[in-house]
Design a protein around this ligand. Structure first.
Ligand SMILES: Cc1ncc(COP(=O)(O)O)c(C=O)c1O
Length: 369
């Protein structure tokens, strides 16, 4: 017998669990992880090289622990794109929004505390809760994947969670959450505890609607989290951030590791922010492709959940895993998120989307015969 994980004194709640990870298979078209399919433009690659070269000269020193220049630029980006003014004091950045969420749960969750999310939703919320010793409550959604406000309010009143997650647009379903829903759940969370409400806007740049950032006004328990992994096409960079009341930014300082954002990360993110206009043009193309996928999938005869993200949930299948496999057999990898009857496809380049649509047309024909 070889020595394995079960022979180690691993925390009880981690025993027998699997790590998060989408299966990456070597197939021609990979539309399974909600990445942006467009590589960074060459001018930006050059600018990153320049800024990283400058940063390299000082790598004998620790980076700016407070990442002030980067946080200032991220605040400017949010202000320009949402019309709601935030500044460096409202903004905090970390290695991907996953780390932002981890820091929030380390600060506001933890042993003896709980967090709630309305599922199906981004599964890392529950996994990071587990990793930080925070109890997890699975809140309800309707059959059409919208949040059932009265049921959600009841769940919050009953469980009095310390942290409430609302993902908009939601992953894996794609639908956006209306501002009124967020406001109702914020009120319920304040009445119950008061607790922190985290609005995960990882995909907001792809939405037909506006960011919920203006809701931060007068709501110190609200946090909006964002990422450069999707719209900025920089998933490899690992840069996520949050906007909130300055007290929230002060609070997460209690758990952040010193110098958590490397000088190389800060330099790269600053270079990308100089090219926001070009990068956001790709977002427009992806939105057009996303809308095409929705229309074509419906024309083929699939049911499609309304999408405000760079991916589309489609169904319904008696056996979604079998359909996933049939699509894969045709060289296209989509995601089976474990939502019974549904699969999710990320909007890729027009050519990738054509390959996907050809594959599902064939599968549909085969399943109808
Ligand atoms: C809803 C949601 N939030 C956060 C993330 C994490 O993004 P990041 O790459 O910034 O850690 C993802 C990634 O897929 C996501 O779907």
């Amino acid at each position: 017998m070889t020595f394995g994980i079960d022979d180690l004194p691993v925390r009880d709640e981690l025993r027998g669990k699997s790590p998060y990870g989408a299966p990456q298979l070597d197939v021609p078209v990979r539309l399974n992880t909600n990445e942006n399919p467009y590589p960074l433009p060459e001018a930006l690659v050059e600018r990153i090289a320049e800024r990283v070269r400058e940063a390299a000269r000082d790598l004998n020193r620790y980076p700016d622990r407070d990442a002030v220049e980067l946080r200032t630029k991220l605040a400017e980006y949010l202000t320009q794109t949402s019309g709601y003014a935030v500044d460096v004091r409202n903004l905090w950045a970390a290695n991907g929004s996953n780390e932002v969420i981890q820091q929030l749960l380390q600060t506001f969750g933890g042993p003896g505390r709980t967090a709630i999310g309305f599922e199906p939703s981004y599964s890392m919320h529950a996994l990071i809760a587990r990793g930080t010793g925070t109890g997890w409550i699975s809140g309800p959604r309707r059959d059409d994947f919208t949040i059932d406000v009265p049921a959600a309010e009841r769940a919050i009143a009953e469980h009095r969670p310390d942290v409430v997650f609302i993902t908009t647009p939601n992953n894996p379903t794609g639908n956006a959450v209306p501002a009124e829903t967020v406001l109702a759940l914020y009120e319920a969370a304040q009445a119950a505890k008061p607790s922190m409400v985290v609005v995960d806007e990882a995909y907001i740049e792809f939405s037909h609607g506006a960011s919920l950032l203006p809701l931060l006004e007068g709501r110190p328990h609200l946090v909006v989290s964002r990422t450069m992994s999707k719209a900025f096409g920089a998933a490899g960079l690992r840069l996520g951030y949050l906007a909130a009341h300055p007290a929230v930014v002060d609070a997460v300082q209690l758990v952040r590791l010193p110098y958590h954002l490397s000088a190389v990360t800060q330099a790269t993110a600053l270079a990308a922010l100089e090219h926001t206009d070009t990068l956001l043009k790709y977002v427009e193309q992806l939105k057009t492709e996303r809308d095409r996928l929705v229309a074509e999938l419906r024309a083929i005869g699939y049911e499609v959940t309304e999408s405000d993200a760079n991916f589309v949930q489609f169904g319904r299948f008696t056996d979604s895993h079998e359909t996933w496999r049939k699509i894969l057999d045709r060289g296209v990898l989509v995601r089976d998120n474990g939502v019974p009857g549904w699969l999710r496809v990320t909007a890729g380049t027009p050519q990738e989307n054509d390959a996907f649509l050809d594959a599902v047309r064939e599968v549909k024909k085969e399943q109808n015969t």
